[in-house]
Ligand binder design. Structure first.
Ligand code: PMP
Length: 285
């Protein structure tokens, strides 16, 4: 059992808190975000909230709390659940219908959920040994620049790779030039070609907070960064494949399918710099 926050109230996670006609439940009509909790701090909270607010505006969903309120609830949940390391999960849905109906009006009261939960199980050696990823078609919609709750294609891609012993999917779409990389089921990718970092450009992929911070760090280190489409055929020429996310940090990828990559210096350097940046990050107060 965890203490959670739903629409202004702290509840036991096992209590019935969400209504059946909540549009998040019926249509996946909502947004979420995941923030790392480190030593009781919520790392880059303001960036995550900013991303969520922008998407809420885009979809016309009311955003009911400000940064300070979300921070204070997070701190309260962290204390009540006796957790200092873990993740802060935020979910916002458009609100509740009287009967199921695709059509929505403009005056919903949104459903806002805040959860502090323990760190998900990850083998701590993974950053040393690197991970394997598998190719998987990107089967999602055209709203992937937003962190929407309708995650079925991501869940299916993740199950596909985990049931084959791999860590993450490397998803691709196809254009006239062939298959090009989009992102992971819950992560971003960047590549190092020996001279510069190449990042798939933000076109129907999530602007990951880790991606933004790591590309900034790379530029600070005088490493050139190029943002463009990256084709699967080009991967053979890459020196490093690197996975990024709030929970996976900067993770070296040592195999894409059965094709091997070196666990390189760039991933290592960026992970050290990223961990330093997280450690030095002070949340709102
Ligand atoms: N892409 C997708 C589809 C994701 O779910 C995530 C994880 N939130 C990311 C990228 C990485 O984003 P972030 O660095 O903000 O965790």
């Amino acid at each position: 059992m965890l203490y959670i926050f739903v629409n202004g109230k702290i509840l036991d996670s096992e209590s019935p808190a969400i209504k059946v006609f909540d549009r998040g439940m019926v249509f996946g009509d909502g947004l979420y975000d995941v923030i790392k909790m480190q030593n009781g701090n919520f790392i880059f909270l303001e960036d995550h909230i900013e991303r969520m607010k922008k998407s809420a505006k885009f979809f016309g969903i009311k955003f009911p709390y400000d940064l300070e309120e979300i921070f204070e609830v997070g701190q309260k949940l962290s204390a009540m659940n006796d957790l200092k390391e873990g993740e802060l999960y935020l979910q916002l849905t458009r609100g509740v219908d009287i009967i199921r109906d695709h059509v929505f009006e403009d005056d919903y009261e949104p459903t806002f959920v805040e959860i502090v939960q323990p760190v998900r199980k990850m083998n701590p050696e993974i950053w040393q040994v690197g991970a394997r990823v598998l190719l998987h078609p990107d089967l999602r919609h055209n709203f992937c620049e937003h962190k929407t709750t309708d995650l079925l294609p991501n869940v299916i891609a993740k199950k596909y790779v985990r049931s084959r012993g791999a860590y993450e999917a490397l998803m691709f779409r196809t254009d006239e030039g062939g298959k090009y990389v989009t992102e992971g089921a819950s992560s971003s990718y960047i590549f190092f070609d020996g001279e510069k970092i190449i990042a798939p450009k933000i076109e129907n992929i999530l602007p990951g907070i880790t991606r933004i911070k790591v590309l900034w760090l790379a530029k600070e280190m005088d490493i050139e960064v190029e943002e463009r489409r990256v084709y699967i055929d080009e991967l053979l020429k890459m020196k490093e494949v690197i996975l990024l996310s709030t929970l996976s940090r900067v993770l070296p990828i040592v195999k894409v399918e059965n094709f091997e990559f070196k666990k390189g210096e760039i991933a290592k350097k960026l992970d050290v710099a990223f961990m330093d940046l997280c450690a030095s990050h002070l949340s709102v107060k």
